[in-house]
Design a protein around this ligand. Sequence first.
Ligand code: PLP
Length: 455
Amino acid sequence: MSDKIVKYTLNERDIPRYWYNVQADLPEPLPPPLHPMTGQPLTPPDLAPLFPMELIMQEVSTERWIEIPEEIIDVYRLWRPTTLFRARRLEKVLDTPAKIFYKYEGVSPPGSHKPNTSVAQAYYNKKEGITRIATETGAGQWGSALSFAGACFGLEIKVYMVRVSYDQKPYRRIMMEAWGANCVPSPSPDTNVGRRVLADDPDCPGSLGLAISEAVEDAMTRDDTHYSLGSVLNHVLLHNTINGLEAKVLMEEADAYPDIIIGCAGGGSNAAGLFLPFLKDKLDGTKPDLRVINVEPYSCPTLTKGPYAYDYGDSAKLAPIVKMYTLGHGYMPPPIHAGGLRYHGMAPLTCHLLKLGLVEAKAVHQLETFQAGITFARTEGILSAPETMHAIRAVIDEALACKESGEAKTILFNHSGHGHVDMHAYDAYLSGKLQDYEYPDALIKEALADLPKVG
Ligand SMILES: *Cc1c(COP(=O)(O)O)cnc(C)c1O
């Protein structure tokens, strides 16, 4: 009864052995990243205080396939390959002719796609003799993903967690501590930048950009410590392509190919991890009509409202200057529940692809994402992370458009994680207390006035 199948699975033996590097196939190369102090193009040695050399080389590599070390595969085995689902019950409730598929990444130990890269990053750091990694986290998913990876490879992990999430989401901190990490609210008194901000505003809710500044300062000032970023960078997107490569094999098993691929976009990694291996077919001309949609919050509309400009990766101007769609490095978005989507910029790779017209972007309101997330929970069962609900909203909109037009399109989306530690957000929605925010026009204007004068 193949017409009833909802799960497509791979054997553990079929875990991909190579990541796909889209830099080999870009029609134009990425604009070069610049040094935050000099404004000159960055060189690999500039990054050596922050990252192990193997990750720096992956960042700039134009090799199409990069082999995954056996030690990383052995940890991936704990939850990979992940399952491809056909959302038949959602399709039925929407009464749509569209076929909806999703790849479910919420089965990893921390509950999201993020250990695809945290495990790889911990491994390369360990291999280079590093014993401690400092990082930031928004909603707490990245901090927990790196803490899990630190436990796998015996590394000490220090996490600067955006204050608003630290207060809203104590369970993420407890997960990090269970895996042996040290997690503090950002701004923290542990760094110069944190102390400066706290002196001005003791109640500062923090931002991802500010937390990045703290973690970068920590790593720059200690020899035993490197920095690690959970999204945005080329190597992070690279590591996540393992998911899209699995999905390609599984879609073939389902005898389907997506017309539209959808993912939510905070820094861009989970969406790109799924779509890049398929985009390869668009780049080589075999699937010219493939559509890719990156979905972001209306409160942090980087791709849909930001200019394509050089900007700092963090608010203290310590991280490299990269060309991206940006709302300005000082932008602090309203405190929406999708903490992982509150970053002022976006992966330069995703931005480059958007600029070239190869992918699309869409912004959605918080309230309509929860409506979609609840519909998903009541049909497919999974309680999704608020970030993931952004993708689900766009999927439902596309499926309803198919109902209007009568087209039986195939939609594939990345289900980036479960929402089991976001029950307070569900509670706010279910009790009618969840609200949309006004468009943060003035905040964005102010932040954009401070872009670096380079490029
Ligand atoms: C972190 C996170 C995101 C956003 O990050 P990207 O790098 O854009 O993928 C989305 N969904 C979940 C569940 C996350 O944890």
